[in-house]
Design a protein around this ligand. Structure first.
Ligand code: ADP
Length: 226
């Protein structure tokens, strides 16, 4: 698995709020490596993650996953790709509020056809690795924002995606916890050989990353009219 973006342009919004979120962006993300995606707020990091994960079609350009342009797949093919090969961790965590931490992982596994019984011990192990071993039976709505996001990380890792996209995983946690999360992402990346892209402002993540992609260097300078 490799990920390359070629001359990717994305515009978002309509009318007065219309914004060029990505402008002719070129970027490469290496296999078996954790890449930190850096750049100021509003520079298009979240948009890049959405395009890379086939959640958003670019206006133009190519999004090459192992050489295949996923921007040109049908909606059904994109849905399958997202289900089978891509793991996302959004800032919000995107959890199901009525389920416990452990159930969040088991539910995700069952959607992809894995038996909850077969994955339970691995789910508990991953939750322990992200520091939630004492919260396995808490419901998502009884947990903090940082804890919910750590559940989302464990959930993504359980499914062993080929492409792992993570938005600001350490924004809501302290420095020690941040180091633990990055170590886990880096170790998983090496073990499974996935492409991992982490949008971040956090120097702890940048230091631990194998590569850094800076949004400011991936796009031609903005035209004054934009
Ligand atoms: P980052 O993740 O680096 O903070 P984003 O990808 O969220 O950046 O946003 C890139 C640009 O697109 C920003 O200028 C943002 O204001 C704009 N943007 C994001 N979502 C929308 C939207 N739905 N409509 C219009 N503009 C948007």
């Amino acid at each position: 698995m490799s990920l390359e973006l070629r001359d990717v342009t994305v515009t978002l919004g309509r009318g007065e709020s219309r914004t060029t979120a990505l402008r002719g962006l070129d970027a490469d993300f290496a296999p078996r490596a954790l890449t930190a995606l850096v750049g100021p707020s509003g520079s298009g990091k979240s948009t890049l993650l959405a395009v890379a994960g086939a959640l958003l079609r670019p206006d133009s350009g190519r999004v090459l996953l192992s050489g295949r342009d996923i921007a040109r797949l049908t909606a059904a093919e994109q849905a399958r790709l997202r289900r089978e090969r891509v793991g996302y961790v959004f800032q919000s965590g995107n959890l199901l509020s009525g389920l416990t931490a452990c159930e969040q992982l088991l539910a995700a596994a069952s959607v992809t056809g894995r038996s909850p019984r077969a994955v339970r011990s691995r789910a508990e192990e991953l939750l322990t690795e992200v520091g939630l071993g004492h919260r396995l039976r808490h419901r998502a709505d009884q947990l903090s924002g940082g804890e919910r996001q750590r559940i989302a990380i464990a959930r993504a890792l359980l499914l062993e995606p080929e492409l792992l996209l993570v938005d600001e995983p350490t924004a809501a946690v302290d420095r020690d916890r941040a180091a633990g999360i990055v170590d886990l992402l880096a170790a998983t990346t090496r073990r499974h050989g996935c492409v991992t892209v982490v949008a971040t402002h956090d120097p702890v993540v940048v230091e631990a990353a194998d590569h850094v992609v800076d949004m400011a260097r991936t796009q031609p300078a903005a035209h004054p009219r934009d």
